[in-house]
Design a binder for this molecule. Sequence first.
Ligand code: SF4
Length: 440
Amino acid sequence: MHKPIVAVVRYEEPLASVRKAVDLAGGLDHLPARARVFIKPNVIYWTTKTVFPKYGVITTSRLVEDAVILLKERGIDDITIGEGLVTLGPKDRETPAHAFESLGYNTLKERYGVKVLDLHQRPFEKVDLGDDVTLAFNADYLASDFLVNLPVLKCHAQTIVSLGIKNLKGLINVPSRKECHSEDPERDLHFMVGKLAKTLPPSLTILDGIYTIERGPLYDGKARRTDALVASSDMLAADMAGTRILGYLPSEVPHLVHVARDQGRSLDPSEVEWRGEAVEDFAYRHEASFPYTDDGTLPLPMEKLGIQGLSYNKYDLSLCTYCTPVNGVTLWSIAMAWKGKAWDDVEVLTGKSMKPTPGRKKTILLGKCMYQANKDHPDIQEMIAVKGCPPTPKAIVKALQQAGIEVNPAHLEEIETYPGMFMKRYEKRPEFQESFYRVD
Ligand code: SF4
């Protein structure tokens, strides 16, 4: 039996580096003539309100354009770039449009005749993935003949890595995304992400490791210039390589273990034919998870501030994509509100699975899921519920203030300017170039 081929290449220059990776992997050798090709970049987040660091968060436009050129060289005319961004408002059309314009996708439309789709404005179709899992995928993707998957090579605070398979989550609709963060430990996020690999048409995955990130998937992680490209027509094999570059064994990544089991495959490197450079030349241990106290009741930076009288339990797998950005800014606003006087024994619970700790004076249930899970819990003395899905910044401010935590409303209500604060980390560091995210 042929082993899947994976090519690992150092990014050195536009087009030539991506071409080398794709050619070494034979990644487009089986592209059908006149194929309808769907390109899936990773544009996980965007905001119109500020410039934020995209390094290791969003696929470089450099890679997207290079992939389009390689397809055009092979005579492919029917090319669609599609992404379903995570936005705070479900009907937000402006943010995806702004993202596509800023990232140069509209220039690619004019220059190469590609289509650019905001997937939330397109139809979805339910797909039975087996084991009683049904998720709704974008219909344009399902109708395509070939997928060019262009994820960022990044760590993820919940799934350890976010690579080719995880990038497919951007193809499903919002209810399906929320469903992936199930509270059922047997069918948790790892299990659900593993199922996404079941729909695949023939594909080429190119992992964009020009920039990688620790504690992703968002702007608050720590980006590195890694200059790695990984190409394979076997998504699991590409992810095995990407995982090693991030400093983990594939067997440490539960969703890869699920996919290997589903496909009757091994995660051993001997199962892959390696081409190009050695993975070890790029490998660096990227931290995936945000550091918390040993008992998981407070982020370490907040403990270092000396915060007392508050438990804000570590996020779990059931905290979905739509509560995650809200959670980050809520923690920051609380840290900013600390004046050195202990709060009144407040516990904040998030996601779908957490349970109140007996004896706490005030319990904030953040989000509709937490409210529904614990609204009648006998261990809650004073319940403060924020029922939105996701909870609104205004409602969070009200709840925190009710609990005696006098956050500045502006910190939460201007949630979309918060990511811009992280730009400072990359100032005066010439290896971080915003031009990678434009098409000139
Ligand atoms: S309340 Fe939060 S975790 Fe629950 S589905 Fe809504 S956004 Fe997701």
